[in-house]
Design a protein. Structure first.
Length: 585
């Protein structure tokens, strides 16, 4: 489809070979081409390339589900509703600016929920490993979709994403119906004259806040036999794809196993290149390479068949291609990982995350990699702050080292900025402001590292508090149970009735977990027990201190065990030990 004069905004910030950045901004497209059926995809690409060769700037995308347009054997799920299989937008050179005129606007986004929980991930990884063992494929790139409610300015979210994942192939395309916000670090291909370059990423390790641990993580990734094997499988696949359009003997691997530093992860990258044959078109380049092997697996046909069977939703723009064609025809496309799609009409945001599964993969390792890759998103879109609630007694915070360590671990996990000097300054200010008396202090850290405190006189408590059992379970894999933040939705659903101090939670396996504001200790057969973190709870600093001292021990306890408990306590770092009594609602 060919349409003229359409409201499609463009923001582009791509790296260039000379170390600089290509930055473009436009408010309105002069022309667009959209493909809703697979038979239209090649024609849309060719029309877009022709417009660029004629002197226009062109930006656009090809969705993952367009794969069958290039090879009917490449199987996918049906395309998601509301997103074309391909769309390209042409801009007159006179309408291109270097930066947007204004940077105002705000947004609300979250919380993010995954399509697939930890159990589903285990099942997908297990099924894939069985297929590898049976010889069906060597590697499969599995993924899930994260979804959240969204309202406000998509440009503001895009700026936040760029801040959290800078230096990538950053591109925003905004139509009245949908927006694509990409900060992908992965180059799908760059095609200039007859030189075609691809830089697949395969192999990931989470970054650490501590410099020594971070360096060790980098070194472990660089030496990892699993990650090198995973990487070289995809390099071989892409070399084979390139050979379909390359001049004989021109395919070269320029670099293997380079480890690139990204804000939240270390990423292993290789570089493959060739010289294309005379007469090759952009649609033929897509036909040879699409989708990128780094997001499918090997062999591509059988890996994509497994993806279509195992994944619970279509990928859409995730794992497709997104990029720019310069005037004259020079084309650069990223692989849209680290990419958010906004459905403006439904008020929903979606982002894909995934990893490559090999015979050596474990479900725990892959799930951890998915969480690490998600950090960029949480850093950019967080509508919560990290939180520590502390007791300040006569100018001192008794468990300060433990609170600081837990806050640092949460900042590392969610990708929040946190600066040690600022923490020390906050502590000094609290000691000076409240040198006398007993205080309850809330220390909050926002995603940009801003710290603030709230202090309240510590009120007296009764000798015993009353608690009730939750009416419904919590999920033991709910992430916000494990970290202390202002995102308390999971706790708010279990508020105690009036006159009752707190609610005792339990999980889907009927295991007791914690109270909504503190940890649980029970005395059973003379032993003081506290549920383990794996049951789904926040590991409180008071709990940790008691475990180190040997005053309590971890043990899985069930709802039925309450009948055997001779004593019950609510514990946290502000109140210490509070004897508790169960009451019936």
């Amino acid at each position: 489809m060919d349409e003229h004069e359409t409201d499609v905004r463009l923001e582009l910030d791509f790296p260039q070979d000379d170390g600089g950045r290509l930055r473009l901004y436009a408010r309105r497209a002069a022309q667009r081409w959209v493909a809703h059926g697979s038979s239209e995809v090649r024609g849309v690409i060719d029309a877009a390339h022709a417009a660029a060769c004629a002197g226009r700037w062109v930006a656009g995308f090809v969705a993952y589900e367009a794969a069958s347009a290039f090879d009917p054997a490449l199987r996918t799920q049906p395309a998601p509703a509301g997103l074309p299989l391909a769309a390209f937008f042409a801009y007159e050179a006179a309408d291109i600016a270097g930066a947007p005129a204004t940077q105002s606007g705000d947004f609300a986004c979250g919380p993010w929920r995954a399509n697939d929980d930890a159990r589903a991930v285990r099942e997908m990884v297990g099924t894939t490993r069985e297929g590898i063992a049976a010889g069906a494929f060597y590697q499969v790139n599995l993924s899930t979709r994260l979804r959240a409610d969204f309202s406000g300015d998509g440009a503001a979210l895009h700026r936040a994403l760029v801040q959290s994942q800078p230096h990538g192939y950053c591109l925003r395309i905004a139509t009245p119906e949908f927006e694509i916000l990409s900060v992908s670090p992965e180059l799908f291909f760059d095609w200039r004259d007859d030189t075609l370059v691809s830089q697949p990423m395969k192999g990931t390790a989470a970054r650490a806040a501590d410099p020594d641990r971070d360096a060790a993580a980098r070194e472990a990734l660089a030496r990892s036999g699993k990650d090198r094997a995973e990487n070289v499988m995809i390099v071989d696949l892409i070399r084979n794809d390139l050979s379909r359009i390359a001049r004989i003997g021109s395919v070269r691997t320029r670099e293997l196993f380079a480890v690139q530093a990204l804000p939240s992860v270390w990423q292993m990258t290789s570089t493959v290149a060739c010289r294309t044959r005379d007469g090759v078109s952009l649609a033929q380049v897509f036909g040879a390479l699409f989708p990128c092997g780094s997001v499918t697996g090997a062999p591509k046909i059988s890996a994509m068949e497994a993806i279509a069977e195992l994944e619970s939703s279509p990928r859409g723009i995730y794992c497709g291609a997104l990029g720019v064609i310069r005037p004259g025809g020079h084309a650069t496309f990223n692989v849209p990982i680290r990419t958010v799609a906004l459905d403006r009409r439904a008020g929903r945001a979606e982002c894909g995350i995934g990893s490559g599964i090999t015979i050596h993969s474990t479900d725990e390792g892959e799930h951890a990699e998915w969480l690490a890759k998600r950090r960029f998103l949480l850093r950019a879109s967080a509508d919560f702050a990290l939180l520590e609630t502390m007791r300040l007694s006569e100018g001192e915070i008794p468990l300060w080292p433990e609170h600081r360590a837990r806050l640092r671990a949460a900042a590392e996990h969610f990708g929040f900025a946190l600066r040690e000097p600022a923490l020390s300054q906050v502590r000094a200010a609290l000691r000076e402001a409240h040198a006398r008396g007993e205080w309850r202090v809330r220390l909050l850290c926002t995603r940009d590292g801003t710290l603030r405190t709230e202090s309240f006189p510590l009120e007296r408590m009764p000798e015993q508090v009353t608690v009730v059992l939750a009416k419904a379970p919590v999920r033991s894999d709910e992430e916000f149970l494990f970290w202390k933040t202002t995102a308390r939705g999971v706790y708010a659903a279990h508020e105690p009735p009036p006159g009752v101090f707190d609610t005792l939670l339990w999980n889907e396996r009927s295991e007791l977990t914690e109270f909504t504001r503190g940890n649980l200790v029970l005395e059973i057969d003379g032993r003081r027990l506290t549920p383990p973190r794996a049951s789904g709870l926040l590991p409180g600093v008071q709990r940790a201190a008691l475990l180190r001292a040997g005053e309590i021990v971890e043990c899985v306890v069930h709802v039925d065990d309450l009948a055997r408990a001779t004593r019950l306590w609510f514990i946290n770092s502000v109140r210490g030990w509070l004897p508790a009594r169960m009451v019936v609602r």
